[in-house]
Ligand binder design. Structure first.
Ligand code: CCH
Length: 304
């Protein structure tokens, strides 16, 4: 148990669980980044619902209080944990559970977002500004419906629909997509299969380079799902791209950013850090000092 607000102690323990020799490519890092993104990526700017506050993925069903008759109902169609887009993210939550047990004062919402920030840095990525104060309890009216996360089988219009809803620009969409430099797709989770890049536990701009340089061929997997693959006998396994990934090079507004990030890793890191930091703040109301509005504030931050 650490002192309440000692985020450096939590970060130090997150670093210790990143190496997972029995899991995937030996690192918990990529799935932790995906956990944070999916917890925050439900945000809708117009209705100010969803976002990382609430850590709603802990629940498969949600209980709703009927205020007129004072009865609680379980709503099978609601909670984020049961959204099929979140399949596989229980691995990330299980990796983090011993840390939550040890530092019980931290909210899950802060822990999940901090874990991604620590993991990205440890995998060679940029430092992302992170502030605490997310809460695990939100008003029912703030809960996001299922189905707010993107579908990899679709194209540019769909990506824009999803990310504009959160308040992102085309440039930010391309920068955020660079997270696919990490990790892999799992048939039993999303239906897609394979890594995007040859070394998916190091964060860099390879994703953009190979997107434009390699020739991608459409492939139908045994489950009927279509994706794009690049086969090279020098590689241990074929590389994969989603239709949404390749939509970035086909779209005239996205494509110039793919080119810029392929050529300039520093620019990519700078833009990624800003966009990912913004993602983690969606729906979090702070005053000018970075303190959560209308609450007993959790002080501190994580900078190294
Ligand atoms: Fe993603 N992502 N993502 N993604 N994603 C998947 C895996 C990762 C889409 C679809 C998929 C972002 C945007 C999008 C990660 C980070 C980000 C998978 C495979 C699919 C499908 C899941 C599986 O089978 O395990 C789509 C569609 C979009 C946008 O249109 C953004 C934004 C981020 C973060 C900033 C990471 C990391 C992974 C690897 C996870 C792992 O377990 O290795």
């Amino acid at each position: 148990m650490s002192k309440s607000g000692d985020f450096e102690a939590v970060a130090a323990d997150i670093k210790k669980i990143l190496h997972q020799p029995e899991y995937d490519d030996g690192s918990a890092g990529p799935v932790l980044v995906r956990l944070a993104w999916h917890s925050a990526g439900t945000y809708c700017a117009e209705t100010d619902t969803g976002g990382s506050n609430g850590a709603g993925m802990r629940y498969e069903v949600c209980a709703i209080l009927d205020t007129q008759c004072g009865i609680w109902f379980t709503n099978l169609l609601q909670a984020e944990g049961g959204d099929e887009a979140n399949a596989g993210l229980q691995h990330a939550r299980v990796f983090l559970e011993p840390i939550k047990e040890k530092h019980s004062w931290i909210s899950y919402a802060d822990l999940w977002t901090l874990a991604a920030v620590v993991a990205l840095k440890e995998m060679g990525g940029p430092q992302i500004k992170w502030l605490p104060g997310r809460t695990d309890y939100v008003d029912d009216s703030k809960l996001p419906p299922r189905g707010r996360l993107p579908d990899g089988a679709q194209g540019a219009d769909h990506i824009r629909f999803i990310f504009y809803r959160m308040g992102f620009t085309d440039q930010e969409i391309v920068a955020l997509s660079g997270a696919h430099n990490l990790g892999r797709m799992h048939m039993d989770r999303s239906g897609f299969h394979g890594p995007w890049v040859p070394n998916g536990t190091r964060f860099n701009n390879t994703y953009y380079k190979i997107m434009t340089d390699f020739e991608w061929k459409e492939k139908t997997l045994e489950n009927g799902v279509k994706q794009f693959v690049y086969i090279d006998e020098d590689l241990d396994e074929e590389l994969a791209m989603l239709p949404t990934d390749l939509a970035l090079v086909k779209d005239e507004s996205f494509a110039p950013w793919v080119k810029k990030y392929a050529e300039d890793k520093g620019l990519f890191f700078d833009h990624f850090a800003k966009a990912f930091g913004k993602l983690l703040e969606l729906g979090i109301q702070r005053d000018a000092n970075g303190n959560i509005k209308n609450s007993d504030n959790v002080k501190g931050g994580y900078h190294s």
